[in-house]
Design a protein around this ligand. Sequence first.
Ligand code: ATP
Length: 235
Amino acid sequence: MNKNLVVETDNLTKTFLGKEVIKGCNMHVETGMIYGFLGANGAGKTTVFKMLSGLLTPTMGKARILGMDIISQRGGILSEIGTIIETPIFYEHLSATENLEIHLAYMGKDNSDIVSALAKVGLNDTGSQPVSTFSLGMRQRLAIARAIIHKPKLLILDEPINGLDPIGIREMRDFFIELVKTQGVTILISSHILSEIEHLADIIGVIVNGTIVSEVSMTKVKAEYPSGLEAYFMD
Ligand code: ATP
């Protein structure tokens, strides 16, 4: 086992109703990296993230997060990861602050960081507002606050900037980069939009029809293809 690997999957496979949708996924995410998981709609990003987060059980194969097996050591993993998987669900009639309080109670943590977490995602003035009044972008921001508030070592973010306007996308991108720089967090983030990922990720993993077909460092891409990732893939 490589100690620098926060996420390591070995032949991870998932079958739904006899159809193999994840076909032996091998992913390697090093500590302090932003790993951009790029793939078209239906390629299998969410299914991989659900297996890593304990929401789905793999049909075959293994995965370790922070050295812990995703099946036998799931309990230990949950407090170390923050996740956004698919559309975030909240207690609609409760405020943003109350939603975070419930999450922290579930994680067995105190409430001291709620004000600063809301401020970090730009929701400082809306903490007492019911979530039912939130726009899509505000919900995404709240989902990000909920994912980071218990200070996880790994963030697993499934298309987290969906619903944000261009300024919001830039703000959240800077925010993620800052988290990595200042707190050493590792981020696994998916998108089907190449340009969203290329300005954020250190490593890109490309999934096509349930298989990771390439893992490449952005340093290498930038050195060889100054015009960017699209040129790399066209080659
Ligand atoms: P998107 O961005 O559209 O969510 P994705 O890359 O995240 O795409 P997945 O949601 O992981 O892709 O889906 C991968 C494949 O698995 C798709 O063909 C999808 O229809 C199928 N699939 C996902 N969940 C199930 C399920 N519960 N039952 C049957 N098939 C499923």
